[in-house]
Design a protein around this ligand. Sequence first.
Ligand code: 5GP
Ligand code: ZN
Length: 112
Amino acid sequence: MDCLFCAIINGDIPSKKVYEDDKCYAFLDINPQAPVHCLIVPKVHIASLDEICPKCAETIAHILATIPKIAKDLSLGDGYRVVTNVGENGCQSVKHLHFHILGGKKLSESMA
Ligand code: 5GP
Ligand code: ZN
């Protein structure tokens, strides 16, 4: 399967790693939308939040539990935003589930 984030996870495409364990991989976004912009992805290919099944829900719970640890490592103690885009209207451009972690400044109150 031709997937950009699977290639990043496998190391076939270089990335700036922030965190890694057996279930997830976090790296800096190539086109940051905030002073700190990190992406966290499951190592298993899941296309989007729409594809969540009971079996992979555990992985997603693990990612959500890991995000505050990454935020701490990235000095986001004043707060941050977590976003996952889904599908066409959500403007999802990479079809491998990912959560954006955005921070490092007071973010816009507008989300859409
Ligand atoms: P989406 O629009 O799907 O929610 O987010 C995809 C994100 O992946 C974008 O923020 C984009 O900048 C980032 N991205 C796309 N290609 C690459 C890449 O090759 N390396 C990294 N680190 N980020 C990428
Ligand atoms: Zn993938």
